[in-house]
Write a new protein. Structure first.
Length: 478
């Protein structure tokens, strides 16, 4: 018994074929002379309709059970779900409910994602929406990997337990073994240890040997943000390149990576799948009773526009400096085009409302904002003109920051000075400083929030739906 996807790839799903499928029953309709059941096996977004010309075969069928079924295939290519099987043999129930009186929790009625996460975290991937996001994660990793492979990068595996706080923002989780919880992990490693907030420092070390490296790892941040863009455990894609000439050489890698991965996924039909699911959800939402479905949703048209602006080749994505961004924002406010909650002022960080506005209204698409004032950014960034650093954030509409990157300070004395100036303890960074003593080279790199990319491409409104088991403050129940 193979999956639906496998069968369709092998061309086994042709009219009249005798097929066996397995999956989970999504819905059942029983009439006097005929019965129907829809099943899914998760290998694709496709549903298969089972038709029982003898309804007695379908007696034990209920939503939620897992089955193996054999019959004759009928294909109607014009239908949303083109495959139908007329069942000839007795159906095999592989798994039923825990107790005969229980009702499968994911019945037809509308459930919010928040409710699903809280009450049925283990069953989430039986829903079309959540299964689709997990498939999107998987194909996105393949597409991103392909870019790096084609461009001479090595995939590397830096550690997740570390003694340094890469971003110096004090948002690290401490690692402690249970018998030494009071001594915060010092007992086990003989020194303080944390979960990594970014693997950049170790990646720099790998880069100064391999020239071009990348990695996709979990990153952990104890930030108390409860926003739709922040998780305590998320995945970050990071890359580091040696012998860079300027910031532009790093930005063009980011742009090339995203364009190439998105173009590839589009040609594989990934966008079409997302859109067809979105359109179905839009119909459901349109017919929902009041108060029944009030979750925020990104529309199919919005998703389609996002993909199109990412792959459009006519012009490179805009690049502006932080200073220009500030005056663009101030002008927009002065001309009454927009009102912000937070004041726009040189020296203040860009808030998410500012980032979103810049991408949507100034750039009408992705925009790199470069050269932020040094005091807003971590110690490792290479100084640029007028008290700025050679860094960029890539902002995209409706989301804001998707990628952050920079050139790195490669001079030993200046890096030591920057560590001291940022008030960090240099001791845990001595190993890293050694890179600048021996054969240091100009270099740069970036980090992209993988769930933010998934939100953007998948039209996922809240980042908690872009990862299988989201963790955020006060939430780690399973
Ligand atoms: O901008 P950040 O903090 O940059 C770094 O950590 C660098 N050391 C990366 C590097 O240059 N190698 O984080 C990078 C990206 C952000 O742009 C954002 O997309 C994502 O990681 N990110 C988060 N995603 C989800 N939840 C959080 N709490 C995140 N914090 C950052
Ligand atoms: Mg950042």
């Amino acid at each position: 018994v193979s999956t639906i996807l496998e069968k369709s790839r092998k061309g086994e799903l042709v009219e009249g074929a005798a097929v066996t499928v397995h999956g989970w029953v999504r819905s059942v309709r029983k009439q006097k002379k005929i019965a129907f059941a829809q099943i899914m096996d998760g290998s694709s977004d496709q549903m298969i309709q089972l038709v029982f010309l003898d309804p007695s075969i379908a007696l034990d069928l209920k939503t939620g059970v897992s089955v193996r079924a054999t019959g004759k295939l009928e294909v109607t290519p014009t239908r949303q779900d083109p495959y139908e099987i007329s069942i000839t043999d007795p159906i095999e129930i592989l798994g039923d409910y825990a107790s005969p009186t229980d009702l499968y929790p994911l019945q037809k009625k509308f459930m919010t994602q928040e409710y699903l996460r809280r009450e049925h975290p283990a069953l989430r991937f039986r829903t079309r929406v959540n299964a689709n996001v997990m498939r999107l994660r998987s194909v996105a990793i393949t597409a991103l990997s392909a870019y790096f492979l084609q461009n001479g990068f090595f995939q590397t595996q830096p550690p997740l337990i570390t003694s340094s706080d890469c971003e110096g923002a004090g948002e690290v989780f401490t690692v402690a073994n249970s018998s030494s919880s009071s001594s915060a992990g010092e007992h086990f490693f003989g020194q303080k240890a944390y979960l990594t907030v970014s693997t950049q420092l170790h990646l720099e070390s790998l880069m100064m040997g391999l020239t071009r490296v990348w990695t996709l790892t979990p990153a952990f941040r104890a930030e108390e943000s409860m926003t739709s863009r922040h998780l305590s455990e998320f995945w970050m894609l990071e890359a580091e390149v040696a012998f860079t000439k300027d910031l532009e050489s790093v930005m063009s890698i980011v742009e090339g990576m995203i364009r190439s991965a998105v173009t590839r996924m589009k040609s594989e039909g990934v966008l079409d799948q997302i859109l067809s699911l979105k359109r179905m959800l839009e119909k459901q939402k349109a017919t929902a009773k009041e108060g029944e479905d009030d979750e925020e949703m990104v529309t199919a048209d919005e998703v389609s526009e996002r993909w199109n602006t990412l792959v459009a080749t006519e012009q490179p994505w805009k690049r502006i400096t932080y200073e220009q961004a500030i005056s663009v924002l101030q002008d927009a406010v002065a001309q009454g085009k927009v009102e912000f909650q937070h004041k726009v002022e040189y020296g203040e960080s860009l808030k998410s409302e500012h980032e979103k506005w810049l991408a949507r209204h100034y750039a009408q698409g992705p925009v790199f904002v470069t050269n932020y004032p040094a005091n807003m950014k971590p110690f490792y960034m290479l100084p640029g003109p007028d008290g700025t650093v050679e860094c960029f954030d890539l902002l995209v509409p409706d989301m804001g920051e998707l990628v952050g990157g920079s050139l790195r300070e490669h001079d030993y004395e200046r890096l030591r000075g920057a560590i001291a100036a940022s008030g960090m303890d240099p001791e845990p960074l001595e190993w890293y400083l050694e890179l600048r003593k021996w054969g240091s080279v100009p270099h740069g790199g970036f980090g992209m929030g993988f769930e933010r990319l998934i939100c953007y491409l998948g039209g996922v409104y809240n980042i908690r739906e872009a990862i299988a088991f989201p963790r955020w403050i006060d939430h780690c129940a399973c």
